[in-house]
Ligand binder design. Sequence first.
Ligand SMILES: NC(=O)c1ccc[n+]([C@@H]2O[C@H](COP(=O)([O-])OP(=O)(O)OC[C@H]3O[C@@H](n4cnc5c(N)ncnc54)[C@H](O)[C@@H]3O)[C@@H](O)[C@H]2O)c1
Length: 261
Amino acid sequence: MTPTLRGRTCLVTGAAGPLGSVLADALATEGATVIAVDLHAQGVAASTEQLPTPCDQTHQALAADLLTRDGLDAAESAARSAGSLDVLVNNAAFTGTSGVPGYAVPFEEQTDDAFELALRLNLTAPFSLARRLAPMMCASGHGSIINVSSIYGLVGPNMGLYAGTRMGNPAAYAVSKGGVAQLTRYLATVLAPDIRVNAFAPGGIARGQDDAFTRRYESLTPLGRMGSEDDFRGVVTWLAGDASAYVTGQVIAVDGGWTAW
Ligand SMILES: NC(=O)c1ccc[n+]([C@@H]2O[C@H](COP(=O)([O-])OP(=O)(O)OC[C@H]3O[C@@H](n4cnc5c(N)ncnc54)[C@H](O)[C@@H]3O)[C@@H](O)[C@H]2O)c1
């Protein structure tokens, strides 16, 4: 069977991270050429090296800090050098485990500086990349922007989940991921009909969290388990390709049913 994304070029941010590298792998498996962007030079070089090449694609790794204008410029230049861009996946973000001081701490300890920094990576960078890359993506004829939101962009946090653990759920995360959902709807109407814009909202991914947290999380999830990175292969390839050609402006929860009740 012909890979569904053969001939398409996809720029994926946060592509050295555990989810970003799997999203890049899923797109490459379907024949796409990947421009993998991440802050961590070694990590992104190593994960890009391992991407599949079923259509003899030449993938590209770019070390760039998306908190800076230079980093955003570099991502834009990488797409221009590739000659065309069909898909942008905005995945890089500060999550609950990013170690930013004043961020994933109890509410009263969360700082304005951490709040602003998180909004800059989680929300301003996707906005800026979409604006910069839209002209190229319009020209592609297959433009698709895929934003990674979160269940915490759709519903409020259940802080009881974290009782007795060192885990946190920062206000800036929720606000930025809610902003990503609304940025998705905004861009979907403004960039139609040339570029489709959708988001998916992952539920919690199992990464060796505290047992008590995991048990509580699973009991609140209709499908009875946390996610794995592989659970998001389907949604990213579907949104990237022509099978979703009549879908735009949607935020698709991929969360085992967490937001269904
Ligand atoms: N892990 C979960 O349970 C979960 C749940 C819901 C949504 N999500 C979303 O999925 C996405 C990926 O999550 P993850 O858990 O794999 O994240 P992660 O923190 O493990 O990885 C994020 C990647 O972004 C990169 N990055 C950080 N700062 C950067 C910068 N300034 N410039 C460029 N790259 C930078 C990091 O190096 C890392 O490779 C995020 O958008 C997150 O909000 C994750």
